[in-house]
Design a protein around this ligand. Structure first.
Ligand code: SAM
Ligand code: TMP
Ligand code: ZN
Length: 405
């Protein structure tokens, strides 16, 4: 049994998805059958309460030149990050010579607004393909994994950062110690480290078990982030609930004693206590509901197949890898998946080998039913695909319960 990646104490495993492929390893149909599999299971620390994967996938297997996820594929996310950048420009980055560093800047979705405003900035992005797109967008990028040595290097070249920001990236990084040591080395004395990731409270409440896959190593809560920050001489000074990606929290961290914590921190921590979010019974009940969703979703799809109805997936998300492989769903139940990401099109999904085709072929012809894997973008997608429903089509959503809508 591995120990907690943050504090070294014991982990209590509460859910095992069995053998799973890399969620973003979309394959060419002719690729040889040597896929990488690992055991996907989650546990919580009996001491610091951090929820985390039981097994770690080597980072270079996930984040490399061909990492297919492009952040700018969603108009809602483009607006979200533009607003985030504008907020920073009015607050932490108001001074003309201030400096922002972003970990996991991807295609530059956030930093381009900072760059357009003429602020000093640097994205640190190990995935070379998306880093090149960011550069083409005028963003300054270093193609590297952020860690302590890189932070020291940046500090030497550019001086201290007023803001270090990471969206949907901190939860991808098991080596939290090196990250926090790096932040300690790079952050200005009164600077802030801000990160946002899927919130454990929302995952448990909605039973959104598909947030659990190779790249999502940590599932943060106020309580576990407070313990994490304290361990490295920092303090959680603000939290904000965000509606994106199925429910996230933005954590603002400062050097201990530098900023007065906002009331929202204690409020959300109290809510977690009242919910019993970190109680073993709560996490065990979550695992029971996950198994129920699996059984109901498979029964629903088998029923549709028996009626001769066609089912296509919508959004070849990283999340869909867990759903498809855990439920044992292959091309026999979902014939293809449509997606807007060029790097995923013409490939097959990892493990389950369902063909991915361009989203603009969705209506050629419309299926009877579309299984919405990108449920976190439901409003955006359903608004865009109104003609599908008008043609008699139905959507399947599977969290918190499988249903046709
Ligand atoms: N920030 C973007 C967003 O929210 O849409 C991208 C999120 S993407 C899910 C995670 C990104 O983190 C990937 O582009 C990956 O290459 C990057 N990443 C992984 N490990 C990293 C590290 N140690 N330092 C910086 N970026 C990292
Ligand atoms: P995400 O849930 O990790 O953001 O991934 C969303 C996936 O869904 C990504 O592969 C792009 C795809 N997608 C579409 O195909 N159409 C859309 O309108 C949106 C918003 C996403
Ligand atoms: Zn721990």
């Amino acid at each position: 049994m591995p120990n907690c990646r943050v504090c070294g104490e014991n982990l209590r495993e509460f859910l095992d998805f069995g053998s799973q492929p890399l969620s973003d390893a979309f394959r060419r149909p002719a690729d040889p059958g040597d896929e990488f599999f690992f055991r996907l299971a989650v546990g919580s620390c009996t001491s610091c309460s951090m929820v985390q994967l039981m097994e770690e996938v080597p980072r270079d297997r996930m984040f490399h030149h061909d990492y297919p996820y492009h952040s700018s594929g969603s108009s809602v996310m483009r607006k979200h990050f533009e607003r985030t950048a504008r907020d920073f420009l009015e607050t932490e980055l108001a001074a003309p010579d201030s400096f922002a560093v972003e970990l996991g800047c991807n295609d530059g979705i956030m930093l381009r607004t900072i760059g357009d405003a003429g602020r000093r900035h640097l994205g640190v992005e190990p995935s070379g393909g998306v880093a090149e797109i960011a550069r083409a967008n005028g963003v300054r990028v270093r193609t590297d994994f952020f860690e302590h040595s890189v932070a020291v290097d940046i500090h030497r070249e550019d001086g201290p950062a007023n803001v270090i920001y990471a969206a949907n990236t901190m939860c991808h990084i098991p080596y939290a110690e090196s990250i926090f040591e790096g932040v300690a080395a790079l952050l200005a004395e009164d600077g802030v480290f801000v990160f946002e990731d899927p919130y454990l409270g929302d995952i448990v409440k909605q039973t959104s078990f598909d947030q659990i896959y190779d790249e999502h190593f940590y599932f943060f809560s106020v309580r576990s982030v407070q313990a994490l920050a304290r361990r490295f001489g920092f303090e959680l000074v603000d939290v904000e609930r965000l509606p994106v990606h199925g429910g996230e929290v933005r954590y603002t961290i400062a050097r201990a004693g530098r900023r007065e914590p906002a009331p929202s921190v204690a409020e959300l921590a109290d809510e977690e206590l009242t919910l019993g979010l970190h109680e073993p019974a709560t996490l065990d009940a979550f695992a029971v509901r996950v198994r129920e969703i699996r059984d109901e979703l498979v029964a629903l799809l088998e029923g549709l197949r028996a009626q001769g109805r066609t089912v296509v997936g919508y959004g070849a998300t990283a999340k869909s890898a867990t759903v498809l492989n855990y439920c044992g769903i292959g091309p026999g139940l979902v014939s293809s998946i449509v997606d807007t990401t060029p790097a995923k099109q013409g490939r097959v999904t990892p493990g389950s080998h369902i063909p991915v085709r361009p989203a603009d072929t969705f209506g050629e012809p419309y299926p009877d039913v579309a299984l919405l894997f990108a449920w976190n973008h439901a409003d955006e997608i359903m608004a865009k695909e109104q003609a599908f429903r008008a043609a008699g089509g139905k959507w399947i959503l599977y969290v918190p319960k499988p249903r046709l809508v």
